[in-house]
Design a protein around this ligand. Sequence first.
Ligand SMILES: Nc1ncnc2c1ncn2[C@@H]1O[C@H](COP(=O)(O)OP(=O)(O)OP(=O)(O)O)[C@@H](O)[C@H]1O
Length: 588
Amino acid sequence: MSIAETETATPAWRQLLGYVRPHRWSLFAGALLSLVTGATGLLLPLVARGLIDDLSHDRAITGAVLAMSALVVANAAVGALGSYVLTRTAESVVLGARRALSSYLLRLRITAVDRSEPGDLMARITSDTTLLRAVTTDSLVGLGTGGLTLVATVVMMGLVDAVLLGVTLAVILGAGVVLGVIVPRINKASRQAQDAVGVMGSSLERILGALRTVKASGAEHWEERTLHEAAQESWRQSVRAAKWSAAAGNTAGLSMQIAFITVLAVGGARVATGAIDVGTLVAFLLFVFYLMSPIQQVVGAITQYQTGAAALTRIEEALRLPAEPAAEAAPLPSPGAEPAALAFDDVRFRYADDLPYVHHGVTFTVPAQGMTAFVGPSGAGKTTVFSLIERFYDPESGVITLDGRDLNDWELPRLRAAIGYVEQDAPVLSGSLRDNLLLGNPEADEDALARVLKTTRLDGLVARLPGGLDTLVGHRGTKLSGGERQRVAIARALLRRPRLLLLDEATSQLDAVNEAALRDTVADVARTTTVLVVAHRLSTVTTADRIVVMDAGRVRAVGTHRELVTADPLYAELAATQFLATADRARP
Ligand SMILES: Nc1ncnc2c1ncn2[C@@H]1O[C@H](COP(=O)(O)OP(=O)(O)OP(=O)(O)O)[C@@H](O)[C@H]1O
């Protein structure tokens, strides 16, 4: 299931109000200033009527000219202030949405991440939230102030001449019908344009994450086409939205011009019959002219809302993905904390309802302290054991306990604080070596850092690097070797003083020196912590306190290397293929 298919329950306008609520007072102040701007503008036709009256009665016009000038200046000043307050508020709304969304995405369950595209999620935080800015000012305020100004103008027009008002409203009504057809098309095109931006984000994320492979496979042209197609699609849909928006804006403009001409014709006739005087006609025409602005504002608000509603829907979809409960960070185990004991009891698990079971009743126990290795053919479900311990996923049935307590009864942050986890591809983030090491425990002091560097045999590397710990490691640690990356990841995990260390060995072959360093490190750590290792090379686990042999989602044997070589044919075979069994059997 893709993220876009997630059902959306909350209507876009309610979400918008949710984001705007914390800023309602500044929004109100901005809207008020806009209204004052509108009101000062509204007085102009009346002052103009006075001016024409004064002229036709040979009276001095200085007062009227001064009043008009003052109104124009006040209009501009209040308008500028209002626009600043509104834009600032709109930026705050965007900030609120970005914060909410980024906090939420960090809490997403791994299952949700598995079935969504990170690049698309990124686009929702960066690009879709940006659209809220315009929707806050143009739509909400535009609708509020434009609507009020419109009503006020219509009332004033009614007071000046009811017949001419009737003529004007008839024209506006016609334009309203046309807009009813156009507006839904803007929404659809905007949604598709934003989706295309999401597709671009996903492609970019995928390509930049594997640029070496892309280059080595000579796939640049192919990937270029994918990116260009997504960009083209976004362009096509944005242009479609722009076309309909332009049509909407022009319909409003055109209707006002038609209204102007009609009022001129009907009003001229009324002046000729003496029903109204010229001053009234001029004032009314000025009102028609003035009506243009609030009508444009309201139409702009409605069209802008369509783009915003599409973005809000995409944001809401992300916020409906399953996430872990929000919780305070848990304290790390204190120095010298007891190692943890772990047990799996008849655990059955599959990654999704439509996928086959990965664990068919896995059972094993791991006492506190020492090293337990998991071995078995690829796809046996070894890494999945770790994912379940970290509660990235929950088993369908069976019980997993840490210190005799069901994992479900642990507060998630407390559980994860007790565990150190080194993933298979041991990610190193960009930044300095120090940043990478302190990621899991920013408060670790220099002593702790030095101890961990020594344990993980990284002290030599740090001494060699020109910048020491402050050397930048490059995006994803590209400036480090595979073995160094893995040891950095172990050091990072160890700085958290874990009571249980999960180490998923890299499948890539390490050189003999690195492999020995890794083996010694793990053996050292296992003296004070419970260490679980998923091993792809048996050479790393021959000294393990116990080895759990997994095959096709089941535990088929548990024992030491010596025991398993004779007791378990699969293990013996694995060992034989790695040239270990013979050497071992040869020993007395
Ligand atoms: N996120 C996932 N979604 C769906 N299926 C998955 C996921 N992760 C793993 N699997 C599947 O679960 C099975 C077990 O995977 P797991 O990574 O636990 O095996 P493994 O024993 O660690 O293998 P290897 O030694 O190759 O790392 C595999 O068939 C794999 O395709």
